[in-house]
Design a binder for this molecule. Structure first.
Ligand SMILES: C[S@@+](CC[C@H](N)C(=O)[O-])C[C@H]1O[C@@H](n2cnc3c(N)ncnc32)[C@H](O)[C@@H]1O
Length: 338
């Protein structure tokens, strides 16, 4: 049954609670389980992370992941964020061992391994290691029909690019003057101005991010003047326009500082910003988002702001209370954070 858990934070062992949920009832799971032997949240034997061996930890995590697969719809996705651990001076690659075992055991595939680039990692420089400033978010799906709103992901960066494009189209206007000064024939001048108009419009329409213009008599020919496509254009037509398509790619990297835990008693909070972007990418309004290791409720807060439904589960009653308080203070009309 879904209803008793919907838009609520439930206290309990996530394995038990997930088993109560119907198959194929959830659109998205986003979570960050406790890392191996990192913190003791004081919840006894059911708590994940305190196992004596790495494989025992992975096995318990995999059992919970299996339940996530069962409850997730064919159009859904499952996102797990994990951190690594050093042992005898070496990284254990625990997140990657987890991902490999998931792929070997479950009917899912890895859509992306999104890397969180921490803008403010712990400023402790080891003399024999670089500062560890990244963590993976593994994005798994069950079928090729997974929801993927690529245009919504990091959309605010597109807006920033648009502003840059506008500035660059202003710079383009200097070329009108250069065309007049270049000593081109009347017909060449006319064609050059027409091409320049079109390039500026293409920038405004967002088809290109910027452009450069080379004008005969003003600019040097490329590659020392040898014959070639662009040089021929400049010699024969009086000008050439180089279009720059810019970077509209949505890459598997996301930059964000580690959350400040000053106003949050939870010691391992992940950034609301990253979760907000993942929820926009992988679900639609009204969809149900689950976090089986809910902690202070970051996933549910992001889901609420983004008009999704949520289910939060945590074993620790203090964190359950904390998440409930955070959610009560969260308004659906709240601004997204950038
Ligand atoms: C890394 S924290 C999650 C923090 C969360 N992402 C946030 O932003 O606040 C992991 C959480 O898992 C909880 N936990 C550990 N074992 C659990 C279990 N078996 N079932 C449910 N929750 C568990 C811990 O109490 C802890 O709050």
């Amino acid at each position: 049954m879904l209803q008793p858990y919907l838009n609520k934070i439930t206290q309990g062992n996530s394995l038990d609670i997930l088993q109560q949920l119907p198959p194929q009832s959830i659109d998205l799971v986003v979570t960050s389980p406790p890392y191996f032997q990192q913190r003791n949240y004081g919840n006894g034997l059911d708590e994940i992370g305190q196992e004596t061996s790495e494989q025992a930890y992975l096995d318990r995590l995999l059992a919970i992941f299996r339940e996530c697969v069962r409850v997730t719809k064919d159009t859904g996705a499952i996102v797990f964020n994990l951190g690594d651990k050093y042992k005898n001076g070496g990284l254990q690659l625990i997140p990657f061992k987890f991902a490999l075992q998931v792929l070997a055991q479950e009917q899912v595939f890895l859509v992306n391994q999104l890397t969180w680039n921490k803008l403010n990692p712990t400023p402790r420089q080891d003399k024999r290691k670089l500062v560890q400033a990244t963590e993976p978010f593994f994005v798994f799906a069950k079928t090729k029909r997974y929801t993927f709103n690529v245009d919504d992901f990091l959309q605010h960066l597109d807006v920033l690019n648009k502003k840059q494009r506008k500035a660059s189209s202003g710079i383009g206007k200097k070329y009108y003057q250069l065309i007049e000064e270049a000593g081109l024939s009347e017909i060449e001048k006319e064609n050059a101005k027409k091409a320049l108009d079109e390039a500026i419009q293409a920038v405004f329409r967002g088809e290109i991010s910027s452009f450069r213009m080379k004008i005969r008599g003003i600019h040097k020919l490329a590659y020392g003047g040898q014959a070639g496509g662009r040089n021929n254009q400049i010699l024969n037509n009086g000008f050439s326009i180089i279009k720059i398509t810019g970077n509209k790619l949505k890459k598997d990297i996301i930059e964000s500082p580690v959350e400040n835990t000053k106003d949050n008693q939870h010691t391992a909070v992940y950034p609301l910003y990253i979760i907000q972007e993942l929820i926009k990418l992988l679900s639609n309004q009204g969809d149900i988002v689950v976090d089986p290791f809910n902690g202070s409720g970051t996933t549910c807060v992001a889901a609420k702001i983004l008009h999704r439904q949520y289910i939060g589960i945590d074993i620790n009653s203090d964190y359950v209370e904390l998440a409930r308080r955070r959610l009560a203070e969260t308004d659906r009309k709240q601004e997204l954070i950038f």
